[in-house]
Design a protein around this ligand. Structure first.
Ligand code: PTJ
Length: 256
């Protein structure tokens, strides 16, 4: 158990430190995998580089992601331990506004983790969560435990939202003809490079915006949404995010 720690409200990094404490608590409760704490640290480092704000390249991706959700026939939200601990309420809200079910899908499939994550989601108001019924399908292209999916969820989905994702699943899902949307603060990571839409932003900022755009785009005509989606370039987004970080670092170096 971690020691009870008192973080003063006037600490310059109060919010980030509270989030860190929340992740440690999630790890103690088995919601977050120990490796999830390392992922959180890497995310924090990239968030520093973008200045902890949602930049226009992320907003473009959020708009394209909103289109992808609305255009899909069977969208699904894949939930891992980090996401469940960081933004449970927003996952439930996103599921409500988009009609996409939540599916627990873990890389580190340790006994008790699915149940712990299910508890967190249900506490946040989730009525139906896939990936826990015991009914399973296998994505043969994958060798990690992420290959085990729900036949009613990721297996039959035409669009999968995979925030804070590791490795090679995105490539496999795309090869199966599914549209893949991710959120990842690291534009150099494999997933954003293989996804159709990569939101380079902190999930804590991106999900509220995504839910908001889905609500406001719902009244748009299908052709308009398709045109908006087609005008989006993921390569351009990744390039812009890297240029933004590089220029920001150069500008900060001049202030030292
Ligand atoms: O719960 P499990 O077993 O499914 O495992 C989940 C983790 C996150 C441990 C697993 O998917 C993993 O190992 O992921 P990676 O390879 O560490 O990749 C996670 C990515 O998320 C990294 O590129 C981080 O930069 C990014 N990231 C971390 N925190 C945030 C983030 N991106 C956006 N918002 C964050 N808060």
């Amino acid at each position: 158990m971690s020691a009870k720690i008192n973080i003063p409200k006037d600490h310059p990094r109060y919010r980030a430190m509270m989030i860190r404490e929340n992740m440690i608590k999630g790890c103690e409760n088995k919601v977050v995998a120990p490796a999830g704490l390392i992922a959180q640290g890497r995310g924090e480092a990239f968030d520093y580089l973008i200045g902890e704000k949602t930049e226009p390249f992320a907003l473009d991706a959020i708009k394209a992601a909103a289109c992808a959700f609305i255009l899909a026939e069977h969208p699904v939200i894949s939930v891992n331990g980090n996401v469940a601990q960081l933004v449970p309420d927003w996952l439930v809200k996103l599921s409500e506004v988009s009609g996409a079910p939540l599916e627990i899908n873990l890389f580190y499939r340790e006994p008790g983790r699915e149940e712990a994550i299910l508890k967190v989601l249900e506490k946040a108001g989730a009525k139906r969560v896939l990936g826990v019924s015991g009914r399973r399908e296998t994505i043969k292209e994958l060798s990690s435990d992420r290959r085990i999916v729900d036949p009613e969820g990721i297996y039959k989905a035409d669009m999968v939202f995979v925030p804070l994702e590791d490795g090679d699943r995105t490539e496999a899902l795309a090869a199966m003809g599914k549209r893949v949307v991710t959120v990842d603060l690291n534009p150099l990571s494999r997933t954003p490079n293989k996804a159709h839409v990569a939101i380079i932003d902190n999930i804590t900022r991106a999900l509220p915006l995504l839910a908001e755009y889905i609500i406001s785009y719902k009244n748009k005509k299908r052709e308009e949404l398709e045109a908006l989606y087609s005008s989006y370039s993921n390569r351009e987004t990744l390039r812009k995010s890297l240029v933004f970080m590089a220029e920001r670092l150069i500008s900060l170096s001049r202030e030292i």
